[in-house]
Design a protein. Structure first.
Length: 557
């Protein structure tokens, strides 16, 4: 098969136009094009009102050998050649997933996977597919029960610290927009495996080819259940409401530390020589336990800021002009960045078109914002985090050592709780007032979506001064890119502190913790992923590291 990229057609092109473009690119007759499938579809909206669709297609033609010869394309190499029209042609790359190992028939101990977010799910799934019968331990509840607890905070102001937006089956990404793109380098095409497994579990098929796929919350819930069933059918086991509170570590005669199992909150101990830590960024107690047990943990940069809400129609018009509302475009998104005079960078993060702002705390007495949407993305507001990058040097006033970033988060989350009135409402301010430095008293044209509610006031005391100054500078700069972005009535809600993990649980090239053999830090909590897709990819990578180590130990025994 041949892959053609960069086929550009107007947004409303007739279906036949794509076929004609393929035929023209390859210089073949129309009846020599046996079949084609769209591998990727994106759009270029830089010229509003003249939006262009960009396709990559995989093509079957009996002329393939001729074309390869004419373009001097090596039959084996995965490289591009320029066709007559200047566009690109290559052999379709093989992106199918190949397992690296099969479990030996006799395994002394089963691998343990701690956490069932996207990372733990993929560690568990791939290990199960290779026959390793993993046991997944998840502190939260199964996804349906977890949904009730999550809504308990949003509707009744009751937080369950073990079952919420961060903790439970499916992990942090379950109540989300389900955006599935990432800028990670992925030479082994693991992202393709993640997408294929999601489609198998019930995700819309278009996620396999649109350039910025998303799933939305409702679908994610049933997909996670389907993936659980698959893992169990392959001999894996999942235990909910099982929190890992401690590690069993032994040091051998050469002074090398080895993990030997875990202790659960019930006091039960499970023996294992392979323990994957796929904890997510909010497992603060578990990070503290790892640090106390001497596992190598270091502080890492992350970002803090607010959620901003605008009418979705404003974003659609700014991005798509007269073509706003076109079904192929959907609700518009944006990505913005501004480098500030005080040396900070402010950027938009986790943008949720047509979505809602959600309460994302996992500890009592704290307020944290995030965003989610349904597949339809048809709520009236667009929301995104507007955050300022911070580094370990900024953590010093809050504590010492690798966990100081967590103390910074706790401090400002508690401040937000207090400013919101002490009942899980979030503090908020209109953008116009924020820019002028005066408290807000009344909502304008934008009604905030955050539940249980937003208490208007002054957001200046809700974050460090440098972050407030940076965001004040960035909003008018963003308005130059999206007209209306700094509109008076847009609503800011605070605080957004869980943008990524405040720590890295550093691992070596072989996937083991730097100083504890058999412990495999993975996913977002360990600092190796920053979203659903990249967490899934890291899960696959980690499953492979575990499988290869288990096989080599059995072989060496
Ligand atoms: P997590 O998903 O956080 O999973 C970790 C799991 O470990 C949790 O279920 C937790 O309960 C469990 N755990 C922790 N400690 C223990 C312990 N001691 N014992 C047992 N279990 C434990 N990303 C995107 O790419 N697109 C989006 O649209 C998107 N939207 C988001 C919206 C919201 C509201 C949130 C909160 C996040 C969103 N994200 C999104 C980020 C994304 O969810 C995370 O990047 C991703 O879930 C990280 O995966 P993970 O498996 O590494 O960790």
């Amino acid at each position: 098969m041949l892959r053609l990229t960069d086929l550009k057609l107007p947004l409303d092109h007739p279906e036949a136009a794509l076929r004609e473009a393929i035929v023209a690119r390859l210089g073949i007759a129309s009846d020599e094009l046996t079949n084609y499938t769209v591998a990727k579809r994106s759009y270029d909206a830089r010229r509003r009102g003249a939006i262009v669709l960009i396709y990559s297609v995989d093509v079957e033609t009996p002329r393939e050998a001729d074309i390869l010869r004419r373009l001097q394309l090596d039959a084996e190499a995965a490289e591009f050649a320029k066709a007559g029209d200047g566009g690109k042609v290559m052999r379709t790359p093989d992106t199918s997933y190949k397992f690296v190992a099969r479990a030996p028939s006799e395994l002394p101990l089963r691998p343990l996977v701690i956490g069932m977010g996207p990372c733990g799910l993929f560690v568990g799934l791939v290990l199960a597919q290779m026959g390793f019968r993993p046991i997944i331990l998840e502190r939260g509840k199964a996804v349906r029960e977890r949904t009730k607890d999550t809504w308990g905070l949003w509707r009744k102001k009751t937080l369950n610290p073990e079952s919420n937006v961060q903790f439970g089956e499916g992990g942090a990404g379950t109540f989300s927009d389900g955006k599935l793109w990432s800028q990670i380098s992925d030479p082994k095409h693991y992202g393709r495996k993640v997408i294929d497994e999601f489609v198998r579990a019930g995700a819309p098929e278009e996620i396999a080819y649109v350039s910025k796929p998303h799933i939305g919350t409702f679908r994610l819930v049933s997909m996670v259940e389907q993936m659980r069933a698959t893992i169990e059918s392959l001999g894996g086991e999942i235990r909910f409401s099982h929190r890992v509170d401690d590690l069993l570590i032994e040091t051998d005669g050469d002074g090398v530390r080895h993990v030997r199992g875990v202790t659960l909150d019930s006091g039960e101990q499970l023996r294992a020589d392979h323990v994957v830590m796929a904890l997510g960024h909010s497992a603060r107690d578990t990070f503290a336990m790892l640090h106390a047990r001497g596992v190598f943990v270091e502080a890492k940069p992350f970002s803090i800021g607010f959620r901003i809400e605008h009418p979705q129609s404003l974003i659609d018009t700014a991005r798509f002009g007269t073509q706003a509302g076109h079904p192929l475009l959907g609700a518009a998104d944006y990505k913005l960045v501004h480098h500030c005079r005080n040396g900070r960078s402010v950027y938009s993060f986790c943008m949720c078109p047509g979505g809602t702002v959600v309460a994302a705390a996992s500890e009592p007495g704290r307020v944290v914002t995030n965003g989610m949407s349904q597949y339809s993305r048809n709520e009236r507001n667009a929301n995104a985090a507007i955050v300022c990058g911070i580094t370990p040097e900024d953590f010093a006033p809050y504590g010492e050592g690798p966990l100081a970033g967590i103390e910074l988060q706790r401090y400002w989350e508690a401040r937000a709780f207090e400013l919101g009135g002490g009942e899980y409402e979030a503090p908020g301010q209109l953008v116009g007032d924020f820019l002028k430095g005066r408290a807000s008293g009344e909502f304008g044209t934008v009604q905030p979506s955050y539940k249980p509610g937003v208490r208007l006031g002054d957001l200046a005391p809700s974050l460090p001064e440098y972050a407030i100054a940076a965001i004040r500078e960035a909003l008018p700069a963003f308005d130059k890119q999206i007209r209306g972005f700094a509109m008076r009535d847009a609503v800011l809600t605070g605080v957004e502190t869980r943008t990524s993990s405040p720590v890295r649980i550093t691992r070596g090239e072989d996937g083991h913790s730097l100083n504890t053999r058999g412990l495999f830090p993975a996913g977002e909590g360990a600092g190796y992923a920053g979203g659903i897709l990249s967490a899934g990819v890291d899960g696959i990578r980690t499953a492979e590291a575990v499988a290869l180590d288990m096989v080599s130990r059995v072989a060496g025994a």
